[in-house]
Design a binder for this molecule. Structure first.
Ligand SMILES: Cc1cc2nc3c(=O)[nH]c(=O)nc-3n(C[C@H](O)[C@H](O)[C@H](O)COP(=O)(O)O)c2cc1C
Length: 334
């Protein structure tokens, strides 16, 4: 038992309350990344839907992660409506066969998948961007909830509520443990999340800039160089909000998305959203000016590409210093 032991570290059997959220939109959170995060004491989630066209590759990915680590790992199931239900059913069967310990589900109500996952003995953390969705997921049987604020890279909520508001609100609204995501990259953030009652942090953008992440080097360089103001929040008009690196494409989308006529928006979007056969999208091809590259505002605070081990060690070391300094502060009454 250490200071960093929480109900989430106990749920997943991990050393530190640090989670790598699943990342699709091309190949981002693969077996290599999940294994590296797991070996460093956190838990990483590989994305399942990147293999929706060939489920055997999903099974290969699970075998790969088991070769790379004997530590806990997980699979992210982003329950997009455009992915056939049969894919998720088969994915759960494969996970049951390989005794996958954990799933991070997201994107919509986890019903009816929750029942299947629980029957397969999988621990489920469901990720939401609204408090009411977290309450529903708890009712449906989620073992834990991740709540993400508008800062996050990927798919924040359309309501644009910040992590510092959603985190404590979610903690106060459910009994199961909560991981807080959106805007974290260091030990100060971890201590803040614990102070809000969170029992872990979930990071995406920080792990994109890890040595083990498969994305194109141009993506990592762009995040390391970006300012915190260099993201755009796009596609709320079609109910699919995305936070991504600001570029000519996101600017064009913003210009067109609130027009009555959606033709120009769809013309910009369709070639970008269509994955090619190898599931390689802008994050893998390096087309950072002509594609969509999801990234969070926290990119403005990330200045170095490190190994997952260094990322997690540095967070824990900084958190310990912050905690010591806070405990040494003199308390006085006015
Ligand atoms: C490149 C990228 C792709 C992402 N794709 C997904 C996804 O497919 N499914 C999902 O649930 N979350 C996705 N996310 C969100 C992350 O899992 C995580 O919740 C988020 O990155 C945390 O916020 P941060 O970026 O501020 O660290 C993505 C994030 C990034 C940066």
């Amino acid at each position: 038992m250490s200071f960093f032991t929480t109900r989430i570290t106990e749920l997943f059997g991990i050393k530190y309350p640090i989670m790598q959220g699943g990342m699709g939109a091309g190949l981002v959170s693969t077996a290599e990344l999940a294994a590296a995060v797991g070996n460093a004491g956190g838990i990483g989630f590989m994305s399942a839907i990147q293999w929706d066209k060939d489920i055997t590759k999903f099974e290969d990915e699970i075998k790969k992660v088991k070769d790379l680590t004997d530590k806990p790992y997980g699979v992210n199931m982003t329950l997009f409506t455009e992915v056939p239900k049969s894919f998720f059913v088969k994915a759960i069967e494969i996970m049951a066969k390989h005794q996958v310990p954990a799933v991070e589900s997201s994107a919509r109500k986890p019903d009816p998948w929750m029942k299947l996952m629980k029957e397969a003995g999988i621990k489920v953390i469901h990720k939401v961007a609204r408090v009411r969705d977290g309450i529903t997921a708890e009712r449906l049987g989620a073992d834990a909830i991740t709540v993400v604020g508008t800062e996050e890279g990927g798919h924040p909520g359309a309501e644009r509520v910040s992590t510092s508001v959603l985190g404590p609100l979610m903690v106060d609204s459910v009994k199961v443990p909560v991981s807080i995501g959106g805007g974290f990259c260091d030990g100060r953030g971890l201590v803040a999340a614990l102070a809000w009652g969170g029992e872990a942090i979930t990071m995406g953008t920080r792990f994109v800039c890890s040595k083990e992440c498969i994305v194109h080097p141009k993506v990592k360089e762009a995040i390391v160089k970006m300012e915190h103001t260099d993201t755009d929040f796009i596609l709320t008009s079609i109910g699919d909000p995305v936070r991504a690196l600001k570029n000519p494409v996101t600017q064009k989308i913003l210009k067109n998305e609130f027009r009555d006529n959606k033709t120009e928006l769809m013309q910009t979007l369709i070639p970008i959203k269509t994955q090619n056969d190898e599931n390689r999208m802008a994050v893998n091809t390096g087309e950072i000016e002509s594609g969509i590259v999801p990234a969070g505002q926290v990119g403005g605070r990330i200045h170095e590409i490190k190994t997952c081990q260094q990322i997690i060690d540095d967070i824990i070391a900084e958190a310990e210093v912050v905690l010591r300094k806070l405990s040494e502060r003199k308390y006085w009454k006015a």
